[in-house]
Each structure stands twice: as structure tokens, then as C-alpha cells.
Design a binder for this molecule. Structure first.
Ligand code: ATP
Length: 499
């Protein structure tokens, strides 16, 4: 019994500091993730955020540029796909059209060799094929799991898209992988079939008990099916948690925006448990922010109370749409337009009042993931950005003088110097925030750009500093506007800054 409990809470997969770079593009950026045995984990994020690349590295179809992948505590980073106890279901079913359903599912089993438990004269394990009866029994069992019991003899081409995808899933699970990877497996189905298959897949996962790692860009699908959701953007994990946690307590404005309907605003924490937004102070449940710290905050449409008599914010109804069980209304209050959901309808033009209870407001740190700027190539290893010339390590890409490039510098790779002449450019400290084990310092350069720096040194607001960056810590990439005009403006990487 003790073993079962331990196994249940074991991490079956551990991804440690995994990065994948394709031709200078970082598809997956230092991802760390642990998946527990038997969980249904979904990788969720917008197109191009690196979900498929991460999945393909777990499967073994891609090798990480750096970092390691562990399966049941064994490092499998360089193990080829066919030697990993992992199977993948793709969006395109890739079934054999000339074989019937039974034979499609049996295909992998026929190739498989299993140890007999005996050893040959040299002490090597002896393998055998599955018998016909064993194959029939296994195929029948999975046909039942995917609700296709009577379909074994049917041809593939006559099946609906949903049925074909069920055959593909049956084929993937019949060999009893420890982990099943599913890459947008319902993407090719129409909406009705997709909904049906979602609940079937969730039920199937419960019945089989193997670990599922599922990729989708559909947040509703992710929230309804998964035990845990990994929200990704720009190759990085923004949040990993249960659907409820991610919905109720988004880690940042990007997650809040991506998951569910939300009103995201900029606000200022006046003090613990008191935030100001839309020119009004609201009680909230959050504390530990700096006094007058700018924050992002999210208020879900269903958490806003609306009535015609009194409340915290006065507004006017802009539009109203009936959504089946509630009305979704757009309410203009000053400069901000709130989305509000309520079972009572208020009509366009009507004056209304909005209120929010403290637990309906969720405060988040401002989101910014990396310092990113547009620069100009000055020489083969020098780039001009924010009014200074910084050396970088060119790598294999050939640049020409005048090329416009995107330059990224992680927060923890910028050195602030006491004496500004020791730095390449000068700046003033505008904000400093203690984050448990380090300070996040914001500086404003003489060239009117912001830099964020993670440092163990304490700086004071108003300090004059120099900025130095080790050449190896500047990531320089060509922009689409290659060879274009000089640009020294900031391309701020805040995915959403609430302004
Ligand atoms: P989608 O939902 O559109 O499939 P995704 O989140 O799965 O997107 P990926 O397919 O992992 O994203 O791609 C992440 C980034 O890596 C993209 O910029 C993509 O163009 C790039 N990329 C992926 N595979 C390759 C490759 N083989 N060669 C070059 N670039 C690649």
C-alpha cells in the first residue's frame, strides 16, 4: 500500500532548465516542470509559444539545446523516441487506410518484443512476440476504452473524424505507454465532435490511469479537462497549477488575460488590503506590496455587482448580449470599459453603479519578462542600443553595419555600477522592490528607456548608476525589418502592461 501511495505522488517526468533554440529563435526558454504520475497536464498558450516543441522534446523527436529531461528519475535527454515508454497522438491521425480498425491498433503490438523472463546461454534476456490471443485481448480492451467495441472489422476511410481520432488514441495506448502525449488531438474536429471527445478523453484518462500531457491553445479545453495547466508564452512558463488556481489567482496579467473573460486594469496599492483603480479605492485581500506600488489587477466579469442605485463606480451601459444563462454587458466608467455578467439585464444608455467585493479583486505584479530593445549593428560585435555601444558575441549569424536587430538582456545579467563612468550608459534608479531573495530594480536611462535588473545589491531610488552588460549576455537577433533604418526606441516586452 505504501508503495502505491509513494508512486502516485512520484514525479514521472521532470524537465530541468530546458531550452530549445532553432536558428537563433528561442522556442523554449529555460523551462522547469515536474509532472506527477497519472496526472492530466495541459500545455496551454498562444500559437508559437513553444508548446509543441516542449512536447516533442519529451517524446524525443527534438533534442534540447540545453537542459535535461528525466523520466522516472532516469535522464532520457538523449534517448531516441522508440526507446522511451511514451507514445504520441497527433492532430492528423496518420492511420493506415488499407488496414481495418483492428489491424491499425494491432500494428504496434505485432512489432513489439517482450521479455520472456528467461536468459539465453550468454545471460541475455530472451524476447518473444505477443501471441494472436494476447493481441486480440489487448485490442478488444482498448476498443472498449475508446467506445469503438463493434468497430474492429470496419475500414478506416468510412469512419468520422472523431472515430478516426479514437482509433489513433487506441493505437497509442494499446502498447501501454507510461506517458501519452497528445498534440492538439481534437484540432481537426468540428465543434460538436470536439466537445464530445473532450469529455471522452477525460473519462479515458481516468480509466487508463496513465499520465497525459496534452497540448492546446484552447483555454476552455484546458480548464475543463486537466488536473494541471501550464500556461506558456514566448517559450517560458508563466504559471503552472490547477485550473481553479490559474483562473482564480492568475500569476500575472498575461495569464489573467489568456484565461477566461477578465477586466485587467492598472492600479496602485495604497497599502496592504487597499488598492486604487479607476480613481477609487477598493478593499482587497492582497498585501505585501510596496506603498504606492503600481500593480496589475484582474476582476472577473461575474464578480462585479451591478445595480441602478448606488455603488463604487458610476457608469453607463454600452451594450448587452444574452449568453444563455446571463447577460454580458459592457459598462463605460470614466476611461475604462468593464465587462460585467449578471442575470439581470441593464439596457444600453442606462446609468448603473458597479461594486466589487474584496475577494473579487486579484492583484498581480506588473509583468515584464526580459529587457528587450531594438538596436543597430555598428560593427561585427558591437550593437548600439539605448544610446550606448555594447559588445556582443556574434555567433554564426552574419550582421552588416546598419542592420536593425532585436536585443534581449535577462534581468539578472545587467550590472549596475556606482560610478556611472564605469558603465556604458548612465541611468537613475526609479524603483526598487525586494522580492524575497533579491531586489528588482528599475532604472531609467538618459536615453529615456527602462531597464529591469535583478540584483542582490540594495539601491535607493534616485541613485545615479552606470549600466554594464557582459557581451555573452546580450542576445542579438535579426528583426523582420532587417537592414532597415536605425531605431533606438524600446520594444518593451511587457506582454500586457495594463495601460
Ligand atoms: P502552435 O500552437 O502554432 O503549434 P506552439 O506553441 O506549439 O505553436 P511551436 O510549434 O513549439 O509553438 O513553435 C515555437 C517557435 O519555434 C515558433 O517560433 C516556431 O516558428 C519555432 N519552431 C518550431 N519548430 C521549428 C523548427 N523545426 N525549425 C525552426 N523553428 C521552429
Amino acid at each position: 500500500m505504501a508503495t502505491i501511495t509513494r508512486e502516485k505522488f512520484d514525479n514521472i517526468i521532470e524537465i530541468k532548465n530546458v531550452t530549445k533554440v532553432f536558428d537563433g529563435i528561442t522556442a523554449v526558454d529555460n523551462v522547469n516542470l515536474a509532472v506527477r504520475r497519472g496526472e492530466f497536464v495541459t500545455l496551454l498558450g498562444p500559437s508559437g509559444c513553444g508548446k509543441t516543441t516542449l512536447l516533442r522534446m519529451i517524446a524525443g523527436f527534438e533534442m534540447p539545446t540545453s537542459g535535461s529531461i528525466f523520466l522516472e528519475k532516469q535522464d532520457v535527454t538523449t534517448v531516441p523516441p522508440h526507446l522511451r515508454p511514451i507514445n504520441t497522438v497527433f492532430q492528423k491521425y496518420a492511420l493506415f487506410p488499407h488496414l481495418n480498425v483492428f489491424k491499425n491498433i494491432a500494428f504496434g503490438l505485432k512489432l513489439k518484443r517482450i521479455p520472456t523472463g528467461e536468459l539465453d546461454k550468454k545471460g541475455r534476456p530472451i524476447y518473444r512476440k505477443f501471441t494472436k490471443d494476447e493481441i486480440a485481448e489487448k485490442v478488444e480492451r482498448v476498443l472498449k476504452l475508446v467506445n469503438l467495441e463493434a468497430y474492429g472489422h470496419r475500414g478506416i476511410t468510412g469512419l468520422s473524424g472523431g472515430q478516426q481520432q479514437r482509433v489513433a488514441i487506441a493505437r497509442a495506448i494499446v502498447c501501454e505507454p507510461k506517458v501519452l502525449l497528445l498534440d492538439e488531438p481534437l484540432g481537426a474536429l468540428d465543434l460538436k465532435m470536439r466537445k464530445e471527445m473532450q469529455s471522452e478523453l477525460a473519462a479515458m484518462h481516468k480509466n487508463i490511469g496513465i499520465t497525459f500531457i496534452y497540448v492546446t491553445h484552447d483555454q476552455e479545453e484546458a480548464l475543463t479537462m486537466s488536473d494541471k495547466v501550464v500556461v506558456m508564452t514566448d517559450g517560458a512558463v508563466q504559471q503552472y497549477g490547477t485550473p481553479k488556481k490559474i483562473y482564480d489567482e492568475p500569476a500575472n496579467a498575461f495569464v489573467a488575460d489568456f484565461i477566461g473573460e477578465s477586466n485587467i486594469l492598472s492600479g496602485v496599492m495604497k497599502k496592504d488590503f487597499l488598492v486604487e483603480f479607476c480613481g477609487t479605492e477598493f478593499k482587497c485581500m492582497d498585501k505585501g506590496f510596496g506603498k504606492d506600488e503600481k500593480v496589475d489587477l484582474v476582476v472577473r466579469p461575474e464578480d462585479i455587482a451591478i445595480n441602478a442605485k448606488s455603488g463604487a463606480l458610476k457608469g453607463e451601459v454600452v451594450s448587452t448580449v444574452f449568453k444563455g444563462t446571463y447577460y454580458e454587458m459592457e459598462i463605460m466608467t470614466g476611461d475604462y470599459q468593464f465587462t460585467v455578467q449578471n442575470t439581470v439585464e441593464f439596457t444600453p444608455g442606462q446609468t448603473v453603479w458597479l461594486s466589487v467585493e474584496p475577494d473579487g479583486i486579484h492583484i498581480m505584479k506588473k509583468l515584464k519578462t526580459v529587457n528587450e530593445y531594438v538596436g543597430e549593428i555598428i560593427s561585427e560585435n558591437t550593437v548600439r542600443l539605448c544610446g550606448g555601444d555594447f559588445e556582443f558575441m556574434p555567433g554564426e549569424t552574419v550582421y552588416e553595419r546598419g542592420d536593425e536587430v532585436k536585443v534581449k538582456i535577462p534581468f539578472d545579467k545587467i550590472e549596475l555600477t556606482d560610478d556611472e563612468t564605469d558603465g556604458v550608459i548612465g541611468a537613475n534608479v526609479t524603483q526598487t522592490l525586494y522580492k524575497g531573495s533579491y531586489y528588482q530594480v528599475q532604472v531609467y536611462t538618459d536615453d529615456d528607456n527602462d531597464f529591469f535588473i535583478d540584483t542582490v545589491d540594495e539601491w535607493d531610488i534616485g541613485d545615479r548608476v552606470g549600466i554594464r552588460i557582459d557581451p555573452k549576455d546580450l542576445t542579438v537577433e535579426k528583426t523582420a525589418n532587417e537592414g532597415g533604418a536605425v531605431a533606438d526606441t524600446v520594444a518593451d516586452t511587457e506582454v500586457w502592461d495594463g495601460e
